[in-house]
Write a protein that binds this ligand. Structure first.
Ligand code: ARG
Ligand code: MN
Ligand code: MN
Ligand code: MN
Length: 314
């Protein structure tokens, strides 16, 4: 099978340096070689990590409380084109982030390519695996970090007319709230809870996982999406418990085990409907306490991606 790879060394959606180094760390630890040699993918795409420095303006004052708004808007717009081109060529697309703001680009790109392939009613679904809902609007956000807002912009819950501030997102790029499923939530802001409730968005928190088990949760999540719907998997490594993924910008205790994370990815692979995978928020420069933190987090990230792309235990 053909795999389009986009390596995104971008960290402007939040304030801690280091997430931009994740794609090189993942690649150096052998991820792409494994996908080619062990899982048999034909890899497409430039072997370089994109830094998008040409798109980052010298001055980028806050707008509606958002930090680095012009940079994040311009970079995600470029990513949307890159992912769209892979997807249009019929490739499964793997994007290695970067912070989670980059999903504005990846999902916009696959949503557009999917609509072109299946017609206007051909809407894909998104499985968003995360400790956070990332559905703040600029107005509900307490931090102003755009990595906490991608789902709001993608669903149209937040929007702006100005192209410089995500106004380039048009209906063809959008995701409807009925096609979105969250897994792993445990740190959702008050304003986000209101948005989830108002829009009736399907979400499985850690409570649901503890109550039903991950097996039942995946059955319910996939049943919500329905068969024959293309799936975009956006995996924030902070969905995993910090025990398995300590090197990330906003760790939250009480998360998924690595095995549960791998299981989610295996289940999505098993549907045969996967069109794109994002792995985001690995930050090798943050390794609280233990020196092995970064190494473990990178290893966990590689495992998640291999499971989503078809590695099986037997
Ligand atoms: N809800 C918080 C915020 O909006 C944290 C978001 C964390 N997002 C992430 N992609 N790690 O700032
Ligand atoms: Mn998160
Ligand atoms: Mn996230
Ligand atoms: Mn398979």
């Amino acid at each position: 099978a053909d795999l389009g790879v986009v390596a995104v060394g971008f960290s402007g959606g939040q304030c801690k340096p280091g997430v931009d180094a994740a794609p090189s760390a993942l690649i150096e630890s052998g991820l792409l070689t494994q996908l080619r040699d062990e899982l048999g993918y034909n890899l497409h795409g430039d072997d370089q990590v994109h830094l998008y420095t040409d798109l980052v303006p010298a001055s980028d004052p806050d707008y509606r409380g958002m930090k680095n708004p012009r940079a994040v808007s311009a970079v995600t717009r470029r990513i949307a084109d890159q992912v769209y081109e892979h997807s249009r060529a019929g490739r499964l697309t793997l994007t290695l982030g970067g912070d989670h703001s980059i999903a504005i680009g990846t999902i916009a790109g696959t949503a557009k390519a999917t609509r072109e392939r299946l017609g206007p009613r051909g809407e894909m679904a998104v499985i968003w695996v995360d400790a956070h809902a990332d559905i703040n609007t600029p107005e509900t956000s307490g931090s102003g970090n755009v990595h906490g807002m991608p789902v709001a912009f993608l669903t149209g819950i937040a929007s702006d007319k100005n192209e410089e501030f995500f106004g380039w997102l048009t209906p063809e790029h959008r995701l409807s709230t009925t096609k979105l499923v969250y897994i792993g939530l445990r740190d959702v802001d008050a304003g986000e809870k209101r948005i989830l409730r108002e829009h009736g968005i399907k979400a499985f928190s850690m409570f649901d996982i503890d109550k039903h088990g991950i097996g039942r949760v995946m059955e319910m999540a996939l049943a919500h999406i329905g068969t024959d719907t293309p799936i975009h998997l956006s995996f924030d490594v902070d969905a995993l418990d910090p025990m398995w993924a300590p090197s990330t910008g906003t760790p939250v205790r009480g998360g998924l085990t690595l095995r549960e994370g791998d299981f989610i990815c295996e289940c999505v692979h098993e549907t045969g409907s996967l069109v794109a995978v994002d792995l985001v928020e690995v930050n090798p420069s943050l390794a609280p306490e233990q020196d092995m933190g970064a190494h473990e987090t990178v290893r966990a990230g590689c495992s998640l991606v291999r499971c989503a792309l078809g590695e099986s235990l037997l």
